[in-house]
Design a protein around this ligand. Structure first.
Ligand code: NAD
Ligand code: ZN
Length: 360
């Protein structure tokens, strides 16, 4: 048996207001006047001086706002990499991603592709990256995905939606400042928070579970119940705790795997462009046969926060479209094996998946 030698984020700061330490952290990493820091910032912060005035730009440093209506695509990453190469005479000193899962994934992917030849679609998969990335920093502004701690960056490419999973993908530095999440809209807070909850349920109920994953998963699961079901927390406490739940949920799946909801949600994302968080919620709502306890708790959380999920999104799909979603979902073999076991192909047939999708 060979055990995974899992790469971790090398440095992490946690605390309200810790965002202000960014300048000092970056100072020692600057490679020269012509090697800028590039800040990818969620475009929701355009004109938000509370945040942007705290980013110090020196020499050729640059802020690039990233639209977040759609999840990142491989061509988008390739374009961003080309823009950097054409604009600057030297490689950047560092790439900083400030935002949700989308912006953090963009920062990770650009930092990898600046040092690895070719197109990003060629690296979708496991351990295809050959050279270390540029120094990269992740600063979440919404909590739940675990992208701040994971060894992947999820991209939609011409043929697949799949991450660039590699030992070089994790951030070199993360700043966890829960105050940055204070203005997240309510629905989005729920969807991205539920991504974390679903990570825990899928990890804790998977066949890949081990003590490492369990210890992180249980902690994150308890934090999610406290945040989404109890009334005792102040806004600040809830923000602090969800940021840590996201981290723990990410650590839990790092050493196990996600399951049915993620596999099916990738199908919805690929075909219909439905985003990760809400897609997981739409699917998870119908998974009582696979995760009975988790789905019961999820429904309580949904009711408590008056969340109305879209219904009937697959009602008008034709057979080709349904087949595409089923193909995408079934291609994620490790997720099914974790969820159901080695014999998963006999349990999760195309017909079974079709019936599930048709309920959504
Ligand atoms: P997101 O990045 O899609 O952002 C969701 C919305 O929240 C956007 O409209 C954004 O502008 C807004 N937002 C973010 N911070 C805000 C703030 N502080 N105030 C107001 N609005 C704010 O959301 P997400 O759920 O964090 O990320 C989803 C993405 O993450 C998907 O692309 C998914 O594939 C990816 N993902 C990656 C991993 C990984 O390990 N790399 C894991 C899970 C998901
Ligand atoms: Zn997820």
């Amino acid at each position: 048996m060979i055990y995974k030698n899992y790469p971790m984020v090398s440095n992490v700061v946690f605390g309200r207001g810790s965002f202000d330490q960014l300048e000092e952290i970056l100072a020692s990493k600057r490679k020269g006047r012509n090697a800028p820091f590039i800040f990818y910032v969620d475009d929701v912060f355009k004109g938000n001086h509370w945040l942007t005035s705290r980013i110090t730009l020196s020499y050729k440093d640059k802020i690039i706002y990233v639209p977040t209506k759609e999840e990142p695509r491989t061509e988008q990453i390739d374009q961003l990499v080309e823009d950097v190469i054409l604009e600057f005479s030297e490689l950047p000193s560092g790439i900083i991603g400030i935002g949700g899962g989308i912006v953090m994934d963009v920062a990770k992917a650009v930092s990898l592709m600046l040092t690895n030849k070719g197109e990003s679609k060629d690296y979708q998969g496991w351990d295809l990256i050959k050279h270390p990335a540029i120094y990269h920093v992740g600063i979440p502004t919404i909590s739940g995905t675990g992208a701040e701690v994971s060894r992947t960056t999820i991209l939609t490419g011409p043929v697949r939606k799949l991450g660039i999973n590699s030992d070089y993908t994790p951030f070199d530095q993360v700043i966890l400042d829960p105050e940055l999440t204070k203005d997240v809209p309510r629905d989005q807070w729920f969807y991205t928070g539920m991504d974390c909850f679903v990570h825990c349920v899928e990890s804790l109920n998977g066949t890949y579970l081990n003590a490492f994953s369990e210890s992180y998963g249980e902690k994150a699961f308890e934090l999610c119940k406290e945040i989404f079901l109890e009334n005792s927390l102040s806004d600040e406490e809830a923000q602090d705790k969800l940021m840590m739940a996201s981290w723990h949920g990410g650590m839990s799946i790092a050493y196990s795997q996600v399951g049915v909801a993620h596999a099916m949600s990738y199908g919805l994302g690929y075909l219909l462009g439905i985003k990760h968080g809400i897609g997981n919620c739409i699917v998870f709502d119908h998974l009582e046969d696979y995760y009975p306890e988790g789905v019961t708790i999820f429904k309580q959380m949904k009711a408590k926060h008056n969340i109305e999920l879209p219904q009937g999104i697959c009602a008008d799909l034709d057979d080709d479209q349904l087949n595409t979603m089923i193909d995408v979902a079934l291609s994620l073999e490790p997720l099914w094996e974790n969820a159901i076991g080695k014999n998963w192909k006999t349990v999760m047939t195309r017909q079974k998946l079709l019936e599930l999708y048709k309920k959504m």
